[in-house]
Ligand binder design. Sequence first.
Ligand SMILES: Nc1ncnc2c1ncn2[C@@H]1O[C@H](COP(=O)(O)OP(=O)(O)O)[C@@H](O)[C@H]1O
Ligand SMILES: [Mg+2]
Length: 234
Amino acid sequence: MMLLYEGKAKKVFKTEDPEVLRIEYKDEVTAGNGAKHDFMEGKGRLNNLISSDIFKYLKKNGVASHFIERTSETEQKVKAVHIIPLEVAVRNVAAGSIVERLGFKNGEEFTPPLVELYYKKDELNDPILTDDHVLRLDIATEDEIRALKEAALKVNAALIKMMNMMGLKLIDFKIEFGRDKKGNILLADEISPDTCRIRDLETGENFDKDVYRNATGSLIDTYTKFYEKMEAVK
Ligand SMILES: Nc1ncnc2c1ncn2[C@@H]1O[C@H](COP(=O)(O)OP(=O)(O)O)[C@@H](O)[C@H]1O
Ligand SMILES: [Mg+2]
Protein backbone atom coordinates (compact mmCIF):
# COMPACT_ATOMS: atom_id res chain seq x y z
CA MET A 1 0.00 0.00 0.00
CA MET A 2 1.00 3.59 -0.62
CA LEU A 3 3.60 5.32 1.50
CA LEU A 4 1.97 8.46 2.87
CA TYR A 5 5.04 9.87 4.60
CA GLU A 6 8.31 8.85 6.11
CA GLY A 7 9.64 10.39 9.30
CA LYS A 8 12.84 9.86 11.25
CA ALA A 9 11.59 6.77 13.11
CA LYS A 10 8.54 5.50 11.22
CA LYS A 11 6.94 5.07 7.82
CA VAL A 12 3.22 5.73 7.48
CA PHE A 13 1.23 3.81 4.85
CA LYS A 14 -2.35 4.10 3.63
CA THR A 15 -4.58 1.01 3.83
CA GLU A 16 -7.77 0.01 1.96
CA ASP A 17 -9.65 1.80 4.73
CA PRO A 18 -9.19 5.60 4.51
CA GLU A 19 -9.67 5.84 8.27
CA VAL A 20 -6.87 3.39 9.03
CA LEU A 21 -3.11 3.75 8.54
CA ARG A 22 -0.28 1.26 8.91
CA ILE A 23 2.80 2.46 10.73
CA GLU A 24 6.10 0.69 10.24
CA TYR A 25 8.77 1.32 12.86
CA LYS A 26 12.23 1.72 11.33
CA ASP A 27 15.62 0.45 12.47
CA GLU A 28 16.84 4.01 12.74
CA VAL A 29 17.70 6.23 15.64
CA THR A 30 18.28 9.96 15.66
CA ALA A 31 19.01 12.59 18.28
CA GLY A 32 19.26 16.36 18.24
CA ASN A 33 16.71 16.72 15.42
CA GLY A 34 18.70 14.33 13.22
CA ALA A 35 22.14 15.75 14.05
CA LYS A 36 23.10 12.28 15.29
CA HIS A 37 21.78 9.43 13.17
CA ASP A 38 22.37 5.66 13.11
CA PHE A 39 20.98 2.42 11.71
CA MET A 40 20.26 -0.03 14.53
CA GLU A 41 19.05 -3.53 13.82
CA GLY A 42 16.09 -4.57 15.98
CA LYS A 43 15.23 -1.05 17.12
CA GLY A 44 12.01 -0.79 15.07
CA ARG A 45 10.77 -4.07 16.51
CA LEU A 46 11.42 -2.99 20.10
CA ASN A 47 9.78 0.41 19.68
CA ASN A 48 6.76 -1.16 17.99
CA LEU A 49 6.35 -3.81 20.71
CA ILE A 50 6.78 -1.27 23.50
CA SER A 51 4.63 1.44 21.95
CA SER A 52 1.81 -1.04 21.19
CA ASP A 53 1.83 -2.33 24.77
CA ILE A 54 1.89 1.18 26.22
CA PHE A 55 -1.13 2.19 24.13
CA LYS A 56 -2.90 -0.99 25.31
CA TYR A 57 -2.05 -0.17 28.92
CA LEU A 58 -3.35 3.38 28.47
CA LYS A 59 -6.61 2.09 27.01
CA LYS A 60 -7.10 -0.21 30.02
CA ASN A 61 -6.56 2.86 32.18
CA GLY A 62 -9.10 5.03 30.40
CA VAL A 63 -6.82 6.87 27.96
CA ALA A 64 -7.86 6.51 24.30
CA SER A 65 -5.34 6.67 21.46
CA HIS A 66 -5.00 6.09 17.72
CA PHE A 67 -3.75 2.52 18.34
CA ILE A 68 -5.90 -0.23 16.80
CA GLU A 69 -3.71 -3.34 16.78
CA ARG A 70 -0.16 -4.57 16.32
CA THR A 71 -0.04 -6.45 13.02
CA SER A 72 3.57 -7.66 13.02
CA GLU A 73 6.80 -7.30 14.97
CA THR A 74 7.48 -3.95 13.33
CA GLU A 75 4.02 -2.69 12.33
CA GLN A 76 0.79 -1.48 13.86
CA LYS A 77 -2.57 -0.30 12.55
CA VAL A 78 -3.75 3.07 13.80
CA LYS A 79 -6.62 5.46 13.24
CA ALA A 80 -5.76 8.10 10.67
CA VAL A 81 -5.65 11.60 12.11
CA HIS A 82 -4.45 15.03 11.07
CA ILE A 83 -1.50 15.55 13.35
CA ILE A 84 -1.60 18.83 15.30
CA PRO A 85 1.94 20.21 14.80
CA LEU A 86 2.72 20.36 18.50
CA GLU A 87 4.92 18.27 20.71
CA VAL A 88 3.24 18.29 24.09
CA ALA A 89 5.87 17.70 26.76
CA VAL A 90 5.25 16.84 30.40
CA ARG A 91 8.03 17.13 32.96
CA ASN A 92 7.94 15.56 36.43
CA VAL A 93 11.63 16.16 37.09
CA ALA A 94 14.04 18.67 35.57
CA ALA A 95 16.39 17.13 32.97
CA GLY A 96 17.75 17.91 29.54
CA SER A 97 16.92 21.16 27.75
CA ILE A 98 15.07 22.78 30.66
CA VAL A 99 18.20 22.55 32.79
CA GLU A 100 20.34 24.09 30.05
CA ARG A 101 17.85 26.79 29.04
CA LEU A 102 16.26 27.90 32.29
CA GLY A 103 18.75 26.89 34.94
CA PHE A 104 16.57 24.44 36.84
CA LYS A 105 18.71 22.00 38.82
CA ASN A 106 18.97 18.56 37.24
CA GLY A 107 16.74 16.24 39.30
CA GLU A 108 14.54 19.02 40.73
CA GLU A 109 10.92 17.79 41.06
CA PHE A 110 8.05 19.65 39.42
CA THR A 111 4.86 19.48 41.48
CA PRO A 112 2.46 19.82 39.78
CA PRO A 113 4.08 18.54 36.59
CA LEU A 114 5.13 21.11 34.01
CA VAL A 115 3.40 21.02 30.61
CA GLU A 116 5.09 22.61 27.60
CA LEU A 117 4.15 23.03 23.95
CA TYR A 118 6.75 22.85 21.20
CA TYR A 119 6.20 23.63 17.52
CA LYS A 120 6.68 20.38 15.55
CA LYS A 121 8.65 21.90 12.71
CA ASP A 122 12.07 20.42 11.94
CA GLU A 123 13.17 23.49 9.88
CA LEU A 124 12.72 25.66 12.97
CA ASN A 125 14.23 23.09 15.36
CA ASP A 126 10.95 22.53 17.25
CA PRO A 127 10.92 25.81 19.25
CA ILE A 128 8.93 26.16 22.47
CA LEU A 129 5.65 28.07 22.09
CA THR A 130 3.45 30.11 24.38
CA ASP A 131 -0.33 29.63 24.22
CA ASP A 132 -0.55 32.98 22.41
CA HIS A 133 1.87 31.72 19.76
CA VAL A 134 -0.28 28.60 19.29
CA LEU A 135 -3.38 30.78 18.82
CA ARG A 136 -1.60 33.25 16.52
CA LEU A 137 -0.17 30.42 14.39
CA ASP A 138 -3.69 28.93 14.13
CA ILE A 139 -2.43 25.59 15.43
CA ALA A 140 -5.19 25.08 18.00
CA THR A 141 -8.00 26.97 19.71
CA GLU A 142 -8.00 28.02 23.33
CA ASP A 143 -10.33 25.13 24.23
CA GLU A 144 -8.12 22.69 22.35
CA ILE A 145 -4.99 23.95 24.13
CA ARG A 146 -6.72 23.32 27.45
CA ALA A 147 -7.86 19.86 26.29
CA LEU A 148 -4.36 18.95 25.08
CA LYS A 149 -2.77 19.92 28.38
CA GLU A 150 -5.41 18.03 30.36
CA ALA A 151 -5.02 14.94 28.18
CA ALA A 152 -1.23 15.11 28.54
CA LEU A 153 -1.54 15.15 32.34
CA LYS A 154 -3.84 12.11 32.19
CA VAL A 155 -1.28 10.27 30.07
CA ASN A 156 1.35 11.33 32.59
CA ALA A 157 -0.60 9.93 35.55
CA ALA A 158 -1.13 6.59 33.79
CA LEU A 159 2.50 6.33 32.67
CA ILE A 160 3.81 7.20 36.14
CA LYS A 161 1.69 4.37 37.58
CA MET A 162 2.80 1.93 34.88
CA MET A 163 6.50 2.70 35.23
CA ASN A 164 6.29 2.62 39.00
CA MET A 165 5.05 -0.97 38.77
CA MET A 166 8.10 -1.65 36.59
CA GLY A 167 10.47 -0.20 39.20
CA LEU A 168 11.03 2.88 37.07
CA LYS A 169 10.54 6.63 37.40
CA LEU A 170 9.09 8.76 34.62
CA ILE A 171 11.14 11.94 34.36
CA ASP A 172 9.50 13.49 31.28
CA PHE A 173 8.02 12.66 27.88
CA LYS A 174 6.57 14.19 24.74
CA ILE A 175 3.44 13.17 22.87
CA GLU A 176 1.58 14.17 19.74
CA PHE A 177 -2.14 14.49 19.15
CA GLY A 178 -4.25 14.55 16.02
CA ARG A 179 -7.78 15.39 14.94
CA ASP A 180 -9.99 12.68 13.48
CA LYS A 181 -12.56 13.25 10.72
CA LYS A 182 -15.03 14.70 13.22
CA GLY A 183 -12.44 17.00 14.76
CA ASN A 184 -12.09 14.95 17.93
CA ILE A 185 -8.62 15.12 19.46
CA LEU A 186 -6.87 11.77 19.78
CA LEU A 187 -3.51 10.78 21.25
CA ALA A 188 -1.34 9.60 18.31
CA ASP A 189 2.23 8.88 17.20
CA GLU A 190 4.41 6.85 19.58
CA ILE A 191 5.18 6.40 23.25
CA SER A 192 8.44 4.55 23.88
CA PRO A 193 11.87 5.05 25.44
CA ASP A 194 12.53 7.25 22.37
CA THR A 195 9.95 9.75 23.56
CA CYS A 196 10.29 9.47 27.36
CA ARG A 197 13.04 10.01 29.91
CA ILE A 198 12.96 7.09 32.34
CA ARG A 199 15.21 6.18 35.27
CA ASP A 200 15.53 3.13 37.48
CA LEU A 201 13.85 3.93 40.82
CA GLU A 202 16.77 2.51 42.78
CA THR A 203 19.94 2.94 40.74
CA GLY A 204 18.95 6.00 38.68
CA GLU A 205 20.13 4.12 35.58
CA ASN A 206 18.69 5.46 32.29
CA PHE A 207 16.00 3.44 30.49
CA ASP A 208 15.62 5.72 27.49
CA LYS A 209 17.24 7.28 24.44
CA ASP A 210 19.67 9.22 26.65
CA VAL A 211 21.93 6.14 26.48
CA TYR A 212 22.23 6.89 22.77
CA ARG A 213 22.22 10.70 23.05
CA ASN A 214 25.03 10.62 25.60
CA ALA A 215 26.67 7.40 24.32
CA THR A 216 26.54 5.82 27.77
CA GLY A 217 25.22 2.37 26.84
CA SER A 218 23.63 0.05 24.31
CA LEU A 219 20.23 1.28 23.13
CA ILE A 220 19.09 -2.20 22.08
CA ASP A 221 20.05 -3.74 25.44
CA THR A 222 18.35 -0.91 27.32
CA TYR A 223 15.09 -1.09 25.33
CA THR A 224 15.10 -4.90 25.60
CA LYS A 225 15.33 -4.61 29.38
CA PHE A 226 12.53 -2.04 29.38
CA TYR A 227 10.34 -4.36 27.33
CA GLU A 228 11.06 -7.25 29.70
CA LYS A 229 10.02 -5.06 32.65
CA MET A 230 6.68 -4.46 30.93
CA GLU A 231 5.72 -8.05 31.82
CA ALA A 232 4.89 -6.62 35.27
CA VAL A 233 2.05 -4.50 33.84
CA LYS A 234 0.42 -6.92 31.40
N1 LIG B 1 -2.39 8.28 13.58
C1 LIG B 1 -1.62 9.02 12.79
N2 LIG B 1 -2.14 9.59 11.64
C2 LIG B 1 -1.34 10.33 10.85
N3 LIG B 1 -0.04 10.58 11.06
C3 LIG B 1 0.53 10.07 12.17
C4 LIG B 1 -0.22 9.26 13.10
N4 LIG B 1 0.61 8.89 14.11
C5 LIG B 1 1.82 9.46 13.84
N5 LIG B 1 1.80 10.16 12.69
C6 LIG B 1 2.92 10.88 12.05
O1 LIG B 1 3.79 9.96 11.43
C7 LIG B 1 5.01 10.64 11.11
C8 LIG B 1 6.17 9.69 11.18
O2 LIG B 1 6.62 9.49 12.49
P1 LIG B 1 8.14 9.78 12.89
O3 LIG B 1 9.04 8.94 12.07
O4 LIG B 1 8.22 9.67 14.38
O5 LIG B 1 8.27 11.31 12.42
P2 LIG B 1 9.23 12.50 12.90
O6 LIG B 1 10.47 12.41 12.10
O7 LIG B 1 8.41 13.72 12.59
O8 LIG B 1 9.44 12.32 14.39
C9 LIG B 1 5.05 11.86 12.03
O9 LIG B 1 4.84 13.02 11.25
C10 LIG B 1 3.87 11.62 12.97
O10 LIG B 1 3.33 12.85 13.40
MG1 LIG C 1 8.76 11.07 15.83
